[in-house]
Design a protein around this ligand. Structure first.
Ligand code: CA
Length: 311
């Protein structure tokens, strides 16, 4: 049986113990409150960043639709094409970058709609690769990755047997992402980095056998790959010419120097645009990539995706 003073003693110990527990709880709670405050701040920053990115997309769409009203051709001197520095908003900043998809060569065009290889596009991409110091046998590897048959391309290709040691199979279907190149035989990051500024991956436009290349926006490298009859000097001359006055119709293009089949692939306007927005508020960074496709006088959103930190 406990004596009264013992009971007091125990009561005191219990009070002390409870106090200790409370003080530990209070300290962690203060830390949690601080973490909570940081979290609230982060959430506020990231929602501001996502809203800023959202507005940037709207602004990009307006700029693109405005340019549709102005003329029937697209060129690098138009408002949408200008590279603007990041724009300050409150204590954050937003940037918009718009590129037309028609300045790039579409790798999916290496294979026709019937699933067979397109020799003309193979020649174009091979010229691009050679000019970029990339082995042209890699073109055959891309063709085999996309085409539905299991026949290895002459001059170097790779069908399913080349991927036996991988934990994935050959695709035998159009590419969905440019990064698929990194899965293909003999490709590596260095080659990918050399070519990524000149090629794109997109589905074929309905009713078209290939994506058109805009002669007003295509780079020197793409123009040289397109036309085997134009050397560097001639392409630079063409670029200087379009800087003075953009091509408004294909008929104004120097007809004799362009082989007709290649000319069929050209246009003076673009039908798709890639918008990249980045917004930074506090610790939050929000990036998005959006595809717009021209439909009559409007821009239709085809897809949007969030960008990673390093994209
Ligand atoms: Ca194949």
């Amino acid at each position: 049986m406990l004596k009264p003073q013992d009971e007091e003693g125990i009561a005191l110990i219990m009070v002390l113990a409870i106090l200790a527990i409370i003080s530990v709880w209070a300290t962690t709670s203060m830390e949690e409150d601080y973490i909570m405050m940081r979290q609230v701040e982060n959430v506020a920053d990231s929602s501001r960043a996502s809203m800023a990115a959202e507005s940037a997309i709207d602004i990009a769409r307006m700029a693109l639709e405005e340019s549709l009203k102005e003329n029937t051709y697209d060129h690098l001197d138009e408002m949408w094409a200008k590279d603007l520095p990041p724009y300050p908003v409150d204590d954050g900043q937003v940037s918009i970058n718009i590129k037309d998809a028609n300045r790039y060569l579409n790798l999916n065009d290496l294979v026709k709609t019937d699933g067979s290889a397109d020799p003309e596009m193979i020649a174009i991409i091979s010229r691009l690769f050679v000019n970029l110091d990339v082995s042209p046998h890699l073109v055959g590897i891309v063709v085999d990755w996309i085409d539905m048959n299991a026949q290895v391309q002459a001059g170097g290709g790779a069908e399913s047997s080349a991927y036996m040691s991988e934990d994935y199979n050959i695709k035998n279907a159009p590419m969905d992402r440019i990064e698929e190149l990194l899965l293909m035989k003999d490709f590596d990051r260095e080659i990918f980095d050399k070519i990524k500024a000149f090629v794109i991956v997109r589905p074929k436009t309905a009713g078209q056998t290939f994506s058109k290349i805009n002669i007003n926006t295509a780079s020197q490298e793409v123009l040289m790959a397109l036309n085997p009859q134009l050397n560097l000097t001639a392409v630079d001359l063409l670029i200087a010419e379009r800087q003075d006055v953009p091509f408004q119709a294909l008929s104004t293009l120097l007809v004799p120097t362009w082989p007709v089949p290649v000319k069929n692939r050209l246009d003076v306007r673009s039908d798709a645009f890639i918008v990249r927005t980045r917004a930074r508020f506090g610790r939050a960074l929000w990036g998005e990539e959006v595809w717009f496709e021209r439909k009559d006088m409007t821009m239709q959103l085809k897809y949007r995706q969030r960008l990673g930190w390093n994209q």
